[in-house]
Design a protein around this ligand. Structure first.
Ligand SMILES: *Cc1c(COP(=O)(O)O)cnc(C)c1O
Length: 242
């Protein structure tokens, strides 16, 4: 069988994950393939590559991250015959909560109470509880979404109180600071928040941080899930998706 289109890129990323995990003595994190701006055909190709490399042995299904609800819905429709796990990793407006609660398996960007209530209300009864991560604005950037670190406990409690939601952990997009030590520190502060929360909620298992450029740093500081787009699919075309 010929290599699929993305086999080599996937092998390279998996190698980076394994090396980083081995170097830091941590388990290899889960790989979320970030498919924003990529067509459904690319998602299908990547899913095939993930299956061929047996990446799904450590996960229920190939997992894909999308930033926009409408874009994800179109791809899900085109790929309805495949068993895939869909994660929302872009900012969620409250008026899209119903669609998000229906279409996704995970929402990684919960950062306010209003969203907790809306997602819980709209999660369909015939689906398992929606997996939820609290997004933390770890570098306190004015332009960024995510709650303040100090707001994590209250938001986590609100999520844990909802039977239709399952609190799985935390997510962050640290500022792209030129100084490595600065970036490492942001990941380390996320890990400390995560450990504090895990002490309180035993079902918590996911610390989502690290993208194409900083996989190694994130894994070294304790990421259990990395979100990788460019290193898997190549550079994105559209400007809005930086
Ligand atoms: C686009 C995006 C990624 C992937 O970024 P790459 O640098 O392409 O790997 C990860 N997380 C979020 C939230 C994103 O928006």
């Amino acid at each position: 069988m010929p290599d699929s289109l993305y086999a080599q890129a996937l092998r390279d990323v998996l190698q980076r994950l394994s090396s980083a995990a081995a170097a830091s003595g941590r388990p290899r994190p889960r790989l979320l393939a970030v498919s924003k701006t990529q067509p459904a055909t690319a998602v299908a190709e990547m899913a095939a590559a993930l299956h061929a490399m047996n990446v799904t042995a450590v996960a229920p299904a190939p997992a894909f991250g999308e930033n926009y609800v409408q874009e994800a819905l179109a791809k899900q429709e085109a790929l309805a015959s495949e068993t895939l796990e869909w994660h929302l990793i872009g900012h969620l407006q409250s008026n899209k909560a119903r669609e998000a609660a229906t279409a996704f398996d995970w929402v990684q960007t919960v950062d306010r109470d209003k969203l907790v209530a809306a997602l819980a209300r709209h999660r369909p009864d015939d689906r398992p509880p929606l997996n939820v991560l609290v997004q933390v604005n770890i570098d306190d950037e004015a332009s960024k979404h995510g709650c303040a670190p100090g707001e994590v406990p209250a938001l986590a409690a609100a999520i844990a109180a909802q039977p239709r939601l399952l609190l799985r952990g935390l997510m962050a997009i640290p500022a792209p600071h030129p100084d490595v030590a600065h970036r490492r520190d942001a990941f380390a502060r996320m890990k400390a928040l995560f450990d504090a929360l895990a002490g309180q909620y035993p079902q918590i298992d996911t610390l989502s941080m690290g993208m194409s450029d900083d996989i190694e740093l994130a894994v070294a500081e304790g990421a259990t899930m990395v979100r990788v787009g460019t290193a898997l699919f190549g550079a994105r075309q559209r400007a809005q998706d930086s």
